[in-house]
Design a protein around this ligand. Structure first.
Ligand SMILES: [Fe+2]
Ligand SMILES: [Fe+2]
Length: 145
């Protein structure tokens, strides 16, 4: 994976990766492949929401003072993670996967349309330093997942 020196690009690469995995899930036919893709989607989303909540959102709140958008986003994370936990307990559940995809696409769109443009405009948000922190935390979480 190439090094990414901008926090927003790094986070959006995660989004694109999960979007691709959902496409692969929907194209999959056999249960074992679906199970593998579902597990990978759940793991990627778990790590992604954690690095956002631990690293990016606090820095964003600090720099912009926009508490409302952070609370809204965190609430959407909780909804998505509820679905992730249900999927991790299910065998293969296409309906839950579609629900999760809907929730994730909506949330990603919010971040792309609202939060990320606001972050780019914010003064005092060091996107290069944040990218390093995000990458470091992501590697730790992936190693223990
Ligand atoms: Fe998010
Ligand atoms: Fe995100």
């Amino acid at each position: 994976m190439p090094a990414n020196d901008d926090a927003i690009d790094l986070l959006d690469d995660d989004h694109k990766q999960v979007e691709r995995l959902f496409q692969q899930y929907k194209a999959a036919h056999d249960a074992s492949r679906k199970r593998m893709l579902a597990a990978q989607i759940c793991q990627e989303l778990t790590v992604h929401t954690r690095i956002e909540e631990e690293v990016f959102y606090p820095a964003f709140r600090q720099a912009t003072g926009d508490q409302q958008i952070v609370e809204h986003s965190t609430h959407e994370h909780r909804e998505a993670m509820d679905l992730v936990h249900r999927i991790e307990q299910a065998q293969v559940d296409d309906k839950l996967m579609l629900e999760l995809e809907d929730a994730v696409l909506h949330h990603v769109n919010d971040e792309r349309e609202k939060m990320f443009p606001e972050a780019r405009k914010a003064k005092g948000l060091d996107l290069a330093a944040l990218a390093q922190q995000l990458q470091r935390r992501k590697s730790e979480l992936m190693a223990h997942a």
